[in-house]
Design a protein around this ligand. Structure first.
Ligand code: SF4
Length: 305
C-alpha cells in the first residue's frame, strides 16, 4: 500500500465514510475501496450502508443512482468531470418524443443514464436483467433507451416483442469490431471470447459468452479454460489478473478503455474526503420519479445477474 492509499484509509476511518468503486476503476482505486462492483451493485451497497458519507469512484450516473436510492446520505464524486458519453446522448425530451410516437409502449431505461432520463422512464434495467425485464413486462411494444446495442441484443432474445431502439451507444464498447475478435481468436486459439452486450451485434455473434461485467468475471473465474479473451473495459482484465493468478486474461483490443472511468485518481479520492468534494445534489421531484423506475426494477426482483 502506498502512502496516499494509507492516508485515504485513515481519513475514511476518521470521517466514517464508505468508498465504493466500479470494476472499471484502476487497481490502486479498487484496492482502497470497501466494495467493488457494477453500477447497480454499488447503488445497492450505498442504500444498505450504515455510513452517512459515501465516496463513489466511478462516473456521474453511478453517483446519482447511489443518491437516488439513499437520499439521506451525502454522496461524493471525486472526479466531477467523470461523465458517461452514452448517458449524455439522450435527454428527457427524447423520451417524451418517443412516448408521443408510441403511446402504447413501455419505456425501459438502462441504468447507464442520467437521473432525469430515469425519471422520464417507466422502469430501469441492468445489462444482466434487461432481457428478463423486457420479457416480463405486459406491454408488447417496448422503447429501449439509450443503448442501441444492448437493445438489439434484447430484441434478439425476446422476439415476441417489438423493441423500439434509440441510437445511443457506449463509445468504448462500440469501438470493438468483428475483425478485432477474429484477430484476437487467431492470436489465442482455444481461449473463449467473453463480451459485454454493449458491443455491436456482429461482435456478439462471434462470442462464446455474452453477459454483464459481473457475469463475465464469474464466467472467467469459474471456467476450466487456462486463458480468456475479454470483451469489456480493461479494468476487468486487471481485476481478473489480480484475483485469478493461475489463469491468463487478454483484452480483445486495447481500445476497450473508458477515459472517463480513469479520471478518478488517488489524489481525487483523498481530496474528496478532505474537502467533501464533489457532492451530488438532485432535484427532489426528479429523484422521486427516478427512484420509482429503479424500485420497479428491484421489486420485480430482476436486477441481479
Ligand atoms: S464504459 Fe461506456 S457506458 Fe461505461 S462509463 Fe464509459 S462510456 Fe459510459
Amino acid at each position: 500500500m502506498n502512502p496516499l492509499q494509507k492516508e485515504i484509509l485513515k481519513l475514511k476511518r476518521e470521517k466514517d465514510a464508505l468508498i465504493l468503486a466500479h470494476y472499471y476503476q484502476t487497481m490502486d482505486i479498487q484496492e482502497i475501496a470497501d466494495h467493488v462492483g457494477d453500477s447497480f451493485e454499488l447503488a445497492r451497497r450505498a442504500r444498505e450502508a450504515r455510513e452517512g458519507l459515501l465516496v463513489l469512484c466511478g462516473v456521474r450516473f453511478m453517483a446519482e443512482s447511489a443518491k437516488i436510492l439513499s437520499p439521506e446520505k451525502t454522496v461524493l464524486l471525486p472526479a466531477p468531470d467523470a461523465g458517461c458519453p452514452m448517458a449524455d446522448m439522450i435527454e428527457p425530451h427524447d423520451v417524451l418524443r418517443l412516448r408521443r410516437e408510441y403511446p402504447d409502449a413501455a419505456v425501459v431505461c438502462y441504468v447507464n443514464s442520467s437521473a432525469a432520463v430515469k425519471a422520464a422512464s417507466d422502469i430501469c434495467c441492468t445489462s444482466a436483467s434487461a432481457v428478463r425485464i423486457v420479457r416480463a413486462l405486459p406491454q408488447r411494444r417496448i422503447i429501449f433507451i439509450p443503448d442501441q446495442n444492448l437493445g438489439a441484443y434484447v430484441a434478439s432474445q425476446v422476439p415476441e416483442k417489438e423493441i423500439i431502439l434509440f441510437d445511443g451507444f457506449c463509445p468504448t464498447h462500440h469501438r470493438v469490431t468483428e475483425s478485432d475478435v477474429i484477430a484476437a481468436r487467431k492470436a489465442r486459439p482455444g481461449a473463449p471470447v467473453l463480451v459485454h452486450p454493449e458491443c455491436r451485434p456482429e461482435v456478439l455473434a462471434r462470442a462464446d459468452y455474452i453477459g454483464s461485467t459481473s457475469g463475465i468475471l464469474d464466467r472467467a473465474e469459474r471456467g476450466d479454460e487456462p486463458e480468456y479473451l475479454i470483451g469489456t473495459e480493461t479494468g476487468v482484465v486487471e481485476r481478473l489478473r489480480a484475483r485469478v493468478p493461475g489463469k491468463r486474461f487478454y483484452i480483445i483490443t486495447p481500445q476497450l478503455f473508458c477515459p472517463n472511468m480513469k479520471k478518478t485518481r488517488l489524489i481525487n479520492v483523498r481530496d474528496s474526503l478532505l474537502y467533501n468534494e464533489y457532492e451530488i445534489t438532485l432535484d427532489d421531484d426528479e429523484m422521486d420519479m427516478a427512484r420509482g423506475s429503479l424500485e420497479k426494477m428491484i421489486e420485480m426482483g430482476l436486477h441481479g445477474g
